[in-house]
Write a protein that binds this ligand. Structure first.
Ligand SMILES: Nc1ncnc2c1ncn2[C@@H]1O[C@H](COP(=O)(O)OP(=O)(O)OP(=O)(O)O)[C@@H](O)[C@H]1O
Length: 359
C-alpha cells in the first residue's frame, strides 16, 4: 500500500510501554489525526515514525520500504512542533526558505516557492518581517510554511496549535487543513483536542494507554464510537440503556423539556448576553417536592438546575440528574430565550440526534 504503514509498533522507555502493538496506515495525500489524552503515547508513536525514537518491536514502512536503520534526515519526512522554533536572526522569508537552501534550489526558485507558501498559509507580503515582530499564531503559520517548503513526503505535526488560545486554535486548525490540502501533503497530526482532530483530519485514530482504540473518519467516529472510552474521549457526557443499546449522550444530547415551568424561567431570558452566567437574583427557590430520577411514563428525567450559561445564543443548562449512573452534573440545551433559573426543577429528555449507539 502506498504511503505510511506501521505494523506492531512498540516503544518502550525503561519500564514503561508507551506504544503497544500499534498498526496504522496513512495513504498518500491523507491527513490523519492521532487523538488521545496526555501521556497516551501519541508523541512517542510520532517520534518512532520520524526515526527519533527506536522501535522495541514492529515496523515502519513508506511505500513498502522498511525504514529500520534509515536515519531521521534520510526519511524525507517533515516535522513541526508546538513551538515552531523559528530562526530568530532571519526574516520570515529566510525561515521559510531554509529547507530549500538545503535542497540547493537557486535564489529565484526559492523566492517563488516562498511567495507561494506564504500565500498558502495566509501570510502573503510578510517575507521581510522580522520573526520577533510576529504574533504566536503568525509564528506557527511561518513554521508551517517552513515545514511544507521542502515538500516532505510525510509531514509529522506534534500539537502544533496547543500553545495558542482557543479562538486562534480554531481558526488556525481550519487554515492548517486548507494548507495541507492545497499542497497535497500527507500528514499525521497529534492532538488531545477532539474538535481540532475533527477539523484537520480525514481520519482520526483514537489512542489510549499506548493502544489504538478506533480509526475512522470524523463523522463515522462521532456517529458510531466503538467503546465508551472512545465516546467519552470524543465528548459524550453520559450513557443510558436504551432499548437494549448502550446510548452515548453527546453535548447536545440532552434538552430541557418545554415548557420550563412558570416561575422557573429567568425573566427576559433572551436578554442574557452570550457567555454571561444567569444572575443569582434570578434564582427561584429549590422545590424539594420534585423527585430526582426518571419521570414515570415519559422519556425524561427530573433534574435540578445548577447554573445556566448562554453560548452562541443558546442556553446551556448544567443540571443535576440521575440518568441511571448515579447523580451527575450534565449539560442540557434549552430553547433560546427560556433560560431556567438556578435551583429550578425541570424535566430533561434525550435529543436522539445528539446521541450515538456505542459499539
Ligand atoms: N523520554 C522518555 N523517557 C521516559 N518515559 C517517557 C519518555 N517520553 C515519554 N515517556 C512516557 O511515555 C508515555 C507516553 O508519552 P508520550 O509523550 O508519548 O504521550 P503523549 O500522548 O504524547 O502525551 P502528551 O500529550 O502529554 O505529550 C508517558 O507515560 C510518558 O511519561
Amino acid at each position: 500500500m502506498a504511503g505510511l504503514e506501521v505494523r506492531g509498533a512498540v516503544v518502550r522507555y525503561d519500564g514503561t510501554t508507551a506504544v503497544d502493538d500499534v498498526a496504522l496506515d496513512v495513504a498518500r495525500g491523507e491527513v490523519l489525526a492521532l487523538l488521545g489524552p496526555s501521556g497516551c503515547g501519541k508523541s512517542s508513536l510520532l517520534r518512532a515514525v520520524a526515526g527519533l525514537e527506536p522501535l522495541a518491536g514492529g515496523t515502519v514502512r513508506w511505500d513498502g520500504d522498511d525504514l529500520a536503520g534509515v536515519p531521521v534526515h534520510r526519511r524525507g519526512f517533515g516535522l513541526m512542533f508546538q513551538d515552531g522554533q523559528l530562526f530568530a536572526h532571519q526574516d520570515v522569508a529566510g525561515n521559510v526558505a531554509y529547507g530549500l537552501r538545503v535542497q540547493g534550489l537557486d535564489r529565484a526558485a526559492r523566492a517563488a516557492r516562498v511567495g507561494d507558501l506564504l500565500d498558502v498559509v495566509g501570510l502573503a507580503g510578510y517575507g521581510d518581517r522580522s520573526v520577533a515582530t510576529l504574533s504566536g499564531g503568525e509564528k506557527q503559520r511561518v513554521a508551517l510554511a517552513r515545514s511544507l517548503a521542502p515538500q516532505p513526503r510525510l509531514l509529522l505535526l506534534d500539537e502544533p496549535l496547543s500553545a495558542l488560545d482557543r479562538a486562534l486554535r480554531e481558526r488556525l486548525a481550519t487554515d492548517l487543513r486548507a494548507a495541507l490540502l492545497a499542497t497535497g501533503t500527507t500528514a499525521v497530526f497529534v492532538t488531545h483536542d477532539h474538535d481540532e482532530a475533527f477539523t484537520v483530519a480525514d481520519r482520526v485514530a483514537v489512542m489510549d494507554a499506548g493502544r489504538l482504540l478506533q480509526v475512522a473518519p470524523p463523522a463515522t467516529l462521532w456517529a458510531a464510537p466503538a467503546t465508551r472510552t472512545v465516546a467519552r474521549f470524543l465528548g459524550y457526557q453520559a450513557f443510558v440503556a436504551d432499548d437494549g443499546h448502550d446510548l452515548a449522550v453527546g453535548p447536545a444530547g440532552l434538552r430541557v423539556a418545554d415548557p420550563v415551568p412558570d416561575g422557573a424561567a429567568v425573566p427576559h431570558g433572551a436578554a442574557v448576553p452570550d457567555g454571561a452566567a444567569v444572575p443569582d437574583d434570578a434564582a427561584v427557590p429549590y422545590d424539594a417536592a420534585v423527585p430526582d430520577g426518571a419521570v414515570p411514563g415519559t422519556d425524561g428525567w427530573s433534574a435540578r438546575v445548577v447554573r445556566s450559561v448562554v453560548r452562541r445564543g443558546r442556553p446551556e443548562v448544567t443540571v443535576r440528574v440521575d440518568l441511571g449512573e448515579g447523580v451527575r452534573d450534565l449539560v442540557a440545551l434549552a430553547a433560546p430565550g427560556r433560560v431556567p433559573a438556578d435551583g429550578a426543577a425541570v424535566r430533561v429528555e434525550l435529543d436522539r440526534e445528539g446521541c450515538a449507539v456505542v459499539g
